[in-house]
Design a protein around this ligand. Structure first.
Ligand code: SF4
Length: 277
């Protein structure tokens, strides 16, 4: 059986830097991470072993002086609440999430109705709209019908949405409100785009794909969805221990990809397992 890795897969610079920052801090001091630092159970276990506590951004307090915002970002309001309570807030937000925040603020300031294409309730989306109570979220085409009538929409996207899906929703928004100005700024991050494009190429070459990543990692789930939409057999696992030999009976070519929160060593162990098989 031939095992083919996607050209782009696994951990992105934003996740890598956030993990390093958190691990360095946890080695030196007591630290509470305000949520899942990244949606990856292995990184979470490693941080737990260093003594880092997992708290919640919305919780009223933490037992440690230092608290850390996750790579997904947070609203200024949420951040200020922790500072007011006397905590030292360390910002682990990915620079590309910061950029999406900045873009949405600019659009709102210029008089556009702030609109985010993304998963309602996801921590990144909550952070994006947290300082803009009037903002709307579009998760699917159904949401467009219930948007308020506005002369100008300023649209950004959650960084880990598939760009095709985002562009389709922007087109649907323009169709619904043909007289409105729809100003779209593409804030889907490059690592997400690279992994989606590489997967499309991989799908042409293999009979099945193993998708490695957290069960609650948005971009991992998007990779899985792309396999399913292409009608390709796919297996979603978080680590190699979950693999089962029977899944691969009769297969000659299997692809491997991974979401942006999946560590390279996790993917390497999956590839090794498959090659041994
Ligand atoms: S997926 Fe994109 S936005 Fe999220 S941490 Fe990685 S680079 Fe940053």
């Amino acid at each position: 059986m031939k095992v083919i890795l996607a050209q782009h897969y696994g951990v992105c610079f934003g996740v890598r830097d956030a993990i390093k920052q958190a691990e360095d801090l946890a080695r030196r001091d007591e630290l509470t991470i305000l949520g899942e630092l990244v949606h990856n159970p292995i990184a979470k276990e490693r941080l737990g072993a260093l003594g880092a506590i997992e708290g919640s951004l919305d919780a009223p307090s933490a037992t440690t002086k230092k608290v850390m915002i996750t790579a997904h970002g947070a609203s200024n309001q949420a951040l200020a609440k922790w500072q007011e309570r006397g905590h030292e807030v360390i910002d682990g937000t990915c620079p590309l999430v910061h950029q999406a925040h900045q873009t949405l603020f600019e659009l709102a300031k210029a008089g556009f109705h702030p609109t985010v294409i993304g998963k309602r309730g996801h921590v990144e989306v909550r952070g994006l709209i947290g300082d803009l109570p009037e903002a709307s979220v579009i998760e699917s085409a159904d949401d467009i019908a219930s948007l308020p009538a506005k002369p100008r929409f300023g649209v950004v996207s959650q960084t880990t949405q598939p760009i095709d899906h985002v562009l389709a929703l922007v087109a649907a928004l323009k169709e619904k409100w043909p007289d409105a100005v729809v100003e779209f700024r593409d804030t889907v991050c490059q690592p997400t785009k690279n992994r989606q494009t590489a997967l499309r190429k991989l799908l042409d070459e293999v009979e099945a794909v193993v998708v490695v990543g957290g069960k609650n990692s948005n971009n991992t789930l998007q990779l899985l969805k792309a396999c399913q939409t292409a009608g390709k057999r796919s297996f979603h696992i978080e680590r190699s221990a979950e693999l089962q030999a029977s899944w691969f009976d009769g297969l000659d070519k299997v692809g491997v990809t991974a979401g942006t929160s999946t560590l390279k060593e996790t993917v390497a162990s999956v590839k090794e397992w498959l090659e041994r098989l």
